[in-house]
Design a protein around this ligand. Sequence first.
Ligand code: HEC
Ligand code: HEC
Length: 214
Amino acid sequence: MKLRKFFVVSLSFIFILCISSLLNAKTPVSMEERIEAGKGLFQAKNCSYCHSIKGEGGNSGPDLSKWESIESPILWAAIMWNHVPGMIKTYDEKKIAYPDFEGEEIAYVFEYIHSVAENKGGAIAFPGEEDTGSFFFQYLGCKLCHAAKGEGGELGPDIANVVNSVKSDGEFAGLMIKHAPYMSRSAEMQKMLWPKLKGNEMAHLFAYFKSLKK
Ligand code: HEC
Ligand code: HEC
């Protein structure tokens, strides 16, 4: 079973690498290049403002080289999503720009963190189910603002249009993180609790979104 997960993760990884190399010559291709890009982004996106790596950097968050790092873009998306309400206040107070991640940049950051982690957990693939994702879409209030297959709110874009451009778990993670500050502010205004997501819940949502692709 573990071996199978390993293969699924490695295969999707190879697939992502092929796609990104086809799309853009400047996209980091090898794992070394991705990790190097992640290291730069960790600084550029102000993660280092609060986090240190091997004792170097800020100290209002944990030293991420000591964090038990798991290899799973979907889980990283969930971790960052849950992290937003805690992070955003400081970004606002210090007037530092909230990190905008393009393409798979957030995956590079986590690949960098993983490469320096003293405590490496395994790779986890979360299987997602469309129907459960559709349930969460409603349950988490996404549908109040977003239509899916033409049915739902109109404040945000139709999710089918959004997912058409998304090619990997890493890109999906980037989109969710980009969107989180908007959600966080509107949740605060409506005195709503932040909808924290577990890894498998994020996977269900993504499986549902993928099923909407035109
Ligand atoms: C404003 C300060 C701040 C910034 C900026 C910040 N973090 Fe954090 N981070 C924290 C704090 C505090 C915690 C511990 C409490 C929590 O999880 O919210 C944490 C926890 C984490 C964790 C561990 C989560 C867990 O579940 O154990 C990860 C991974 C992480 N941050 C990654 C990042 C990355 C990547 C960035 C840059 C995109 C970033 N952080 C930017 C303050 C920050
Ligand atoms: C209060 C209204 C509201 C709710 C609730 C809401 N969204 Fe959004 N969403 C928007 C708006 C407005 C945009 C476009 C502006 C933006 O990206 O912030 C958007 C954009 C997005 C995007 C595209 C981001 C991009 O940069 O292209 C995704 C993905 C998304 N939402 C997913 C979700 C999910 C998943 C949920 C439920 C957990 C959700 N949204 C809940 C209003 C909402």
